[in-house]
Ligand binder design. Sequence first.
Ligand SMILES: [Zn+2]
Length: 247
Amino acid sequence: MICMVALSARAQDANGWNYDDAINADLDNVLPALDSLGLKATFYLIGSSPVVANRMEEWRQAARNGHELGNHSLYHPCDGSLPGRSFVQADDDLSKYTVNRAIREIRMNNVLLNAIDGKTKRTFAYPCGDLTIGGSLFYPALRKDFVAARGVRSAMDSIGKVNLDNIDCYAMNGQTADQMIALVKEAMKTHTLLVFLFHGVGGGHNINVGLREHSLLLHFLKDHESEIWIAPMVEVAEYIRTYQGQH
Ligand SMILES: [Zn+2]
């Protein structure tokens, strides 16, 4: 998951990148593309992903290079009681969790990420965008553990309107570079925060964007760096938090 965030020179617009789920394509395809242009993003890691265990030193190096390792929970539990959720395994069914279990697992993922990158400030991304367990929100108890949380609703918000408990983003799946660049142009015109959410880039996930399309988007952003603030989610969220007067 890439979260790319950009803010204008006047600090009114922002663009965010998020790359979700800790997959090999993040390290093999996305990081080299970002690093070749000096762009920084957020990778939302599932602590139990074998790609965390098997390639830990590469994630550590990514964090050292200025990318954010965000928290995407320990086991990626999703609400299996919702329509279209037949993929949810019994052990990972959020509807069978207690709120306290979700909180404890998410906190343990922060401990794991801290052991990898040494950092104490990061953002959270809701697995499957699910906000509640049995009708209760679970994030409010975690507010002190994170700078902000990212959801999955598609919208561009002005800095005063961003909800730091559920930041909006645009999930990419099969878009062309032109379609993605059109979103960036819209954010530039409206002085809003645009967060891109990627899964596979050049393969690795059934939700995917082509490598060349992704590369063309990165080059467009690089070419407009003086007009757009492109940064990991945590940096953008901290800026917004200060602007909104929340401490
Ligand atoms: Zn996910």
